[in-house]
Design a protein around this ligand. Structure first.
Ligand SMILES: NC(=O)c1ccc[n+]([C@@H]2O[C@H](COP(=O)([O-])OP(=O)(O)OC[C@H]3O[C@@H](n4cnc5c(N)ncnc54)[C@H](O)[C@@H]3O)[C@@H](O)[C@H]2O)c1
Length: 335
C-alpha cells in the first residue's frame, strides 16, 4: 500500500493501524509537519518503507509510485489548514490540486492499482442547505475548501477518463491524541490545559461534525476493501461523518475537554479578527452506513476520553507508541 501524508496526524494513526493489520506500507511525505509530532513520538516510521518527496514534484512522485508498485493507494498528503490557506493560497492549490494530479497520474502511468482512495474533506461542498449528501454541488469559499472541491473534480476526471478504481472520502473534523496541527481545536485546548493556561477560542459558536480520527480511518479501510472487491459499485465519493448528536459547537467540545482534564482553566474568546469560516457544516453519511456497513464506533464522549487519556500519557512521558496502539486495539474491540 502507498500512503501519502503518512507523517501527519491522520497518516500516523493509519500507519500504526496498518502495521497492526500486517500490511506492507510505503509512506510518502515531504517532511514531518509539526514538532512535536505523533509520527516521531510513536516511532511510526519504524515498520514501513519511507520516501521523502513533495507531491508537487512530478518526477519524484512518479519514481516513488513506480518503486512501490502499490496495489492500494491512499492519498492524504495535503496542506490541510483553512487558516494557512488564506496566507498561502497558491501553495494550498499547488499541493492539494496539482499534488493530487501528480499522484493519480503516476498511478495511471504505472498501470493503475486495485483501489485508490483520495482523501478530501467535508469542506468540499458549496455552502447551502445541509446535511450534505455526496451529490450536493462542490464549492468552498476559502482557498482550502475550494482546493478540496477541485481535488474532488480531479479524482472524478481520473476515474471516468482512465477507468481508475477510485473513490474519494469526505470526512468531518477529526480529533484524537497526538494532533499538533496549528489553529486546530484539540491541540489548542490540550496545549493550554497542559500549560495550566486559559483556553482561547476563535469561533466558539461554530458547529462542526466532530469525530475521533479512527472513525473515518475505519471508513477509508472499509472503502478500500470494497473498491478492491467491486470497483464498479464502490468507486465514487463517500461521506464519513459522526452521528448528528456529535455535531456540536466548538465551545461545548472545549468545555468537555476541560472538564475531563480537571483543574480550573477558563474558556475565553480569543481577541482579534479571524478569517471567516462557515458557521455550520454537516454531512450525511447514510451511504457509508448503508452500503459499507460503516459506523463511527466511538462517539464524541469516547473520543474526548481517549484524547484526554492520550495527553495525560504524553505528560507522564509514557511510551506513546504503546499508548496509541492500545487505543487502536480498544477501538477495534468496540467495532
Ligand atoms: N484533520 C482534520 O480534521 C481533517 C478533516 C478533513 C480532511 N482532512 C484531510 O485529511 C488529510 C490528512 O490531514 P491531517 O490532519 O493528517 O494533516 P497533517 O498536516 O497532520 O498531515 C499532512 C500530511 O501531508 C504531508 N504533506 C503536506 N504537504 C506535502 C507536500 N507538498 N508533499 C508531500 N507531502 C505533504 C505532510 O508531511 C503530512 O504527512 C488531508 O488531506 C486533510 O486535508 C483532515
Amino acid at each position: 500500500m502507498l500512503l501519502t501524508g503518512h507523517t501527519g496526524f491522520k497518516g500516523t494513526w493509519l500507519t500504526l493501524w496498518l502495521e497492526r493489520l500486517g500490511a506492507r506500507v510505503t509512506g510518502l511525505s515531504d517532511e514531518v509537519p509539526t514538532s512535536p509530532s505523533l509520527h516521531d513520538l510513536a516511532q511510526a516510521g519504524a515498520g514501513i518503507e519511507q520516501v521523502t518527496a513533495d507531491v508537487r514534484d512530478r518526477a519524484a512522485v512518479r519514481a516513488a509510485v513506480a518503486a512501490a508498485s502499490p496495489s492500494v493507494v491512499l492519498h492524504m498528503a495535503a496542506q490541510p489548514l483553512v487558516r494557512r490557506s488564506y496566507e498561502e493560497p497558491e501553495e494550498t492549490f499547488a499541493i492539494n490540486v496539482q499534488g493530487t494530479v501528480n499522484v493519480l497520474d503516476a498511478v495511471r502511468e504505472a498501470g493503475g492499482a486495485d483501489a485508490i482512495i483520495v482523501v478530501t474533506s467535508d469542506k468540499c461542498y458549496a455552502p447551502g442547505p445541509d446535511p450534505h449528501p455526496e451529490d450536493d454541488p462542490l464549492g468552498g469559499e476559502d482557498p482550502y475548501s475550494a482546493s478540496k472541491a477541485a481535488a474532488e473534480l480531479v479524482a472524478a476526471a481520473y476515474r471516468s477518463s482512465f477507468g481508475l478504481p477510485l473513490a474519494s472520502a469526505r470526512a468531518g473534523n477529526v480529533i484524537g491524541g497526538g494532533d499538533w496541527g496549528s489553529a486546530r481545536l484539540v491541540p489548542d485546548v490540550m496545549c493550554a490545559l497542559m500549560a495550566g493556561e486559559d483556553v482561547e477560542l476563535r469561533n466558539a459558536a461554530a458547529i462542526r461534525p466532530w469525530q475521533h480520527v479512527l472513525n473515518p480511518l475505519a471508513g477509508y479501510l472499509a472503502l478500500a476493501e470494497a473498491v478492491v472487491r467491486d470497483p464498479g459499485t464502490y468507486a465514487g465519493p463517500w461521506n464519513f461523518g459522526p452521528s448528528p448528536d456529535d455535531e456540536l459547537p466548538v465551545q461545548t467540545v472545549a468545555e468537555r475537554l476541560a472538564e475531563l482534564w480537571g483543574g480550573d482553566a477558563r474558556i475565553v474568546a480569543q481577541p482579534g479578527e479571524h478569517p471567516p469560516e462557515s458557521g455550520v457544516l454537516r454531512i450525511d453519511s447514510a451511504k457509508a452506513r448503508e452500503q459499507l456497513g460503516w459506523r463511527p464506533a466511538w462517539d464524541l464522549d469516547a473520543a474526548l476520553r481517549a484524547i484526554v487519556d492520550w495527553y495525560r500519557a504524553y505528560e507522564r512521558g509514557d511510551d506513546l507508541r504503546a499508548v496509541t496502539l492500545a487505543q487502536i486495539d480498544a477501538y477495534e474491540a468496540a467495532r
